[in-house]
Design a protein around this ligand. Structure first.
Ligand code: NDP
Length: 325
């Protein structure tokens, strides 16, 4: 038997609980993994609480990421004992996921864990940190460098935001952190933020073009905040949009795009091609400061996951949560 969070939807409604499951219930897949750590991302919190339409079939084990040791493999690239990491591919949404002591997954979804990381560090990074790196790689691909100017990061105290602030500052960028939690100023400065901006100042509709402030952006908020960020980009600035913590809408005008040549780049981690994932993990191993990673991480047990999911959606979690299996 192995322990897992199981989400069910039946006549009694939508509910998540810690359960003991038979290994025979795992999906039929070519690789089995003993999960050492998973993590709690925004999407996991939506799945566990039922507040967002994340889960596509029931019953479902949530957990969009995992790191662990291969125990059985019919895939040519993996053998028992290999250390692996998995992000996305619908795991925890339409395929049983990482918030469980065992997982059965497709070998094609796995990335070998870089030697630099323990499985715990891999999940301290998790999908949030890997997405932060995808955003930074997108900025670079569109020609942004530290010489271009300031980079604004929204939702800076959250998972994607914390890793983005830390990485960007280590890479030599001047980082402006947007947060709704002024009490986290010291934390954000410790990760390398040079300036803190209150979320309120971007939460209301403004002019189509505002003062040109930022060369690049990592946005996890969407909604009015993303629109306000676009309006304040410098000429030929680049905005990476990866989240909707502030809403799904995009109440913007075309002015920044047609008058300042701003580029809006969508970033998706779930179906991201394998070569880019491997490169993102390589870059994380190279560029992320492990000490800063630890300061942004708290560890919880599987039995703490359900209350933690509610806290995360209420904006009460700082940085990243790793789940020890
Ligand atoms: P977290 O909950 O850890 O962080 C989100 C942060 O957003 C919060 O900490 C808060 O930061 C800020 N925030 C919360 N509510 C609002 C609001 N109403 N308006 C503006 N900002 C708000 O989540 P993650 O970092 O795990 O994920 C962030 C977003 O990115 C989510 O929408 C998630 O779905 C998305 N995401 C997308 C991926 C992709 O593949 N595209 C992959 C990973 C994440 P503060 O208090 O500092 O303001």
């Amino acid at each position: 038997m192995f322990r897992a969070i199981l989400i069910e939807k039946d006549a009694d409604g939508y509910h998540a609980a810690l359960r003991s499951l038979e290994p025979a219930r795992l999906p039929d897949c070519d690789v089995r993994v003993r999960v050492e750590y998973s993590s709690l991302n925004y999407k996991d919190a939506l799945a566990i609480t039922g507040r967002g339409p994340v889960v596509r079939s029931f019953p479902m084990v949530p957990g969009i990421d995992l790191a662990g040791i291969v125990t059985e493999s019919g895939h040519p690239d993996y053998r028992a004992g290999d250390r692996v990491v998995l992000n996305g591919w619908g795991v925890g949404e339409s395929h049983w996921g990482g918030l469980a002591q065992q997982a059965a997954v497709r070998g094609d979804w796995l990335v070998p864990l870089p030697d630099a990381f323990t499985t715990r560090q891999a999940m301290a990074i998790g999908t949030a940190g890997y997405t932060a790196m995808l955003c930074i790689m997108a900025l670079e691909r569109h020609g942004i460098s530290p010489a271009s100017g300031d980079i604004v990061v929204t939702g800076a105290s959250g998972g994607v935001g914390s890793v983005a602030v830390s990485l960007l500052s280590r890479l030599g960028y001047r980082v402006v952190a947007v947060t709704g939690r002024p009490e986290e100023e010291d934390y954000l400065r410790s990760l390398g933020a040079a300036e803190i901006v209150g979320r309120d100042s971007l939460s209301h509709p403004g002019r189509p073009l505002e003062r040109a402030r930022w060369a690049g952006a990592v946005d996890v908020a969407g909604g009015q905040i993303l629109a306000s960020v676009c309006a304040a980009m410098q000429y030929r600035g680049v905005v990476t949009a990866c989240g909707l913590a502030g809403g799904m809408a995009f109440p913007a005008t075309v002015a920044p795009f047609i008058l300042r040549g701003v580029t809006l780049v969508g970033v998706d981690s779930v179906m991201c091609p394998r070569a880019e994932r491997v490169e993102a993990w390589r870059r994380l191993a190279q560029d992320l400061n492990p000490t800063e990673l630890e300061t942004m991480t708290q560890e919880i047990a599987l039995s703490d996951v359900i209350p933690a999911a509610r806290d995360l959606l209420e904006g009460r979690i700082r940085g990243r949560i790793v789940v020890a299996l």
